[in-house]
Design a protein around this ligand. Structure first.
Ligand code: GLC
Length: 488
């Protein structure tokens, strides 16, 4: 733990003379200055910021949020978009909105995370005046403009090109990929909370009221849409397999996307078992993506998109498929990997995304904490639910915690792991990858130190928030406080 803490401190860098966030990996600048692992990535900094909030280090989070605000695009075509990453060079801040990245991809998740982090900061620090400040409220409106607008398409999803989130190399995840849509849900929720601060304080005009209503409706519609079209269980599959195809006109309600039963993969039967359930990866006309994406599912549970019973069905599914999803290094990014022709066509023969590698079925230790947080959140909100199942889920998480504790320091906190069991350090993995390090610190905090702190991640909770560091702070003398924060 001490090593992880020390490395974590080294990942934090200054921008304009003040700590502003973490670089993506520590080895970067030494080995390959062309690569951008020395930059501050917004998505990689999500666990960093959550961890800093849990430790009461609010000033760094605020500086990070402010810098992102300053970099929110003002150009006509991309107004409102936050950058994927930024870096300070020769006293100037260089931001990447996709134009500097491999393959010129776009980042959508960074933009959707900003309001979520901002709302968590306001809650944890109690700095409501930041949340109500004109600059934050303006940023929220600019971002919402990207979503709440007429388009060619009725469903309340955000349409994105391939590579628009953590999976930022071609993986056939264009359209309405789960992770983006679930993040959109969390983003809209957080925007509502931030707008309510102004509205509730009596400072909001009719415009903000209108936007608030529109955003709430959008969020509800999005949830209904995702639960209708993405959520599958053994029971829903049995209905889906037998529904009519080629429906036309007003009577298409049973097969809106004209999905042919033949596209339903055989592995799904064993995967779902009798009582498992999960959100599929994507829905497109005639071509649902049945792959399981760990982060989208964990966040779907954590953000309360899934109902309580659905969350249990998800945990059941994870336990049932533990040999795939957790294996030797929890947890796999998506399952199953694409192979052969599918890999050729859909990844454009990307050698980094070999089957069982990197985004294509690789194992990412940084993905375990959101799943653990989802389980803890469930236990917090539904304390009397299926105790047996939750006991099994906690045991599984405990074992995963030990696997990481045993492996990660020895494997130098690698970025990802390869192969069907995830035993090998990824072929092109960075070492000392920040979100591997801080992901484990978060896991340790939530599972060992203060499970009650998971309430910081509850986007619905508007009540007073008291985090464990505050209790610790009050109990101890000034000297003890210093050493608590240092040796935590
Ligand atoms: C890779 C990952 C991306 C991550 C970045 C920095 O590009 O695919 O998700 O943000 O590295 O760690």
């Amino acid at each position: 733990m001490r090593q992880a803490e020390e490395l974590f401190e080294q990942t934090l860098v200054n921008v304009r003379g003040q700590l502003a966030g973490a670089v993506a990996a520590l080895e970067s600048s030494v080995h390959d200055s062309e690569l951008n692992y020395g930059e501050i990535f917004l998505r990689d900094n999500v666990p960093v910021m959550v961890y800093l909030l849990l430790r009461g280090r609010f000033e760094i989070v605020r500086h990070f949020l402010d810098l992102c605000l300053e970099l929110q695009s003002r150009s006509y075509r991309t107004r409102g978009v936050f950058p994927t990453s930024f870096v300070e060079e020769d006293d100037k801040i260089l931001a990447d909105y996709g134009q500097r990245s491999i393959g010129r991809i776009t980042s959508v998740d960074a933009s959707l995370w900003w309001p979520v982090l901002c709302w968590m900061y306001v809650r944890a620090s109690g700095d409501t005046s930041y949340g109500t400040s004109p600059k934050v409220q303006r940023a929220v409106q600019l971002l919402l403009d990207l979503v709440l607008q007429p388009s060619f398409y009725e469903p309340p999803v955000l349409f994105v090109p391939d590579c628009a989130f953590m999976i930022d190399r071609p993986m056939d995840v264009w359209g309405a990929p789960l992770e983006v849509e679930v993040l959109l849900f969390g983003c809209l929720k957080s925007c509502c909370q931030l707008m309510s601060l102004v509205e509730g304080g009596g400072h909001g005009g009719p415009l903000i009221q209108q936007r608030l209503e529109l955003t709430r409706t959008w969020m509800r519609d999005l949830r209904v849409y995702l639960l209708n079209h993405y959520w599958v269980t053994s029971k829903t599959m049995q209905v889906l397999r037998r529904r009519p195809t080629e429906q036309y006109g007003d009577y298409q309600s049973r097969n809106e996307f004209n999905v042919q039963p033949e596209v339903i993969p055989h592995w799904l039967q064993e995967w779902l078992d009798d009582r498992g359930g999960y959100l599929i990866g994507n829905m497109r006309t005639g071509r649902p993506d049945f792959r399981f994406y760990s982060l989208g599912n964990a966040l779907g549970s954590l953000f309360g998109l899934l109902t309580g019973p659905q969350q249990l069905a998800l945990f059941r599914l994870v336990i049932h498929n533990r040999q795939h999803l957790m294996a030797e290094m929890p947890m796999r990014i998506c399952h199953p990997p694409m192979d052969q022709d599918e890999w050729i066509t859909n990844t454009g023969m990307d050698p980094k995304n070999w089957p069982w590698s990197y985004h294509n079925g690789g194992h990412w230790p940084s993905l375990l904490w959101p799943m653990a947080a989802a389980v803890l959140m469930h236990q917090r909100l539904y304390p009397n639910d299926d105790l047996l199942l939750l006991g099994q889920t906690r045991t599984m998480l405990e074992e995963c915690y030990w696997q990481q504790l045993n492996q990660l320091p020895r494997q130098q906190w690698a970025e990802y792991f390869d192969g069907p069991t995830g035993t090998w350090v990824g072929q092109q993995a960075r070492i000392n990858q920040t979100w591997t390090i801080v992901g484990f610190l978060l896991l340790h905090h939530l599972m060992r130190k203060a499970p009650q702190d998971v309430k910081l991640l509850d986007l619905d909770d508007v009540g007073p928030l008291r985090l464990s560091f505050q209790d610790q702070h009050e109990k101890s003398s000034p000297d003890e406080r210093k050493s608590f924060l240092k040796n935590y």
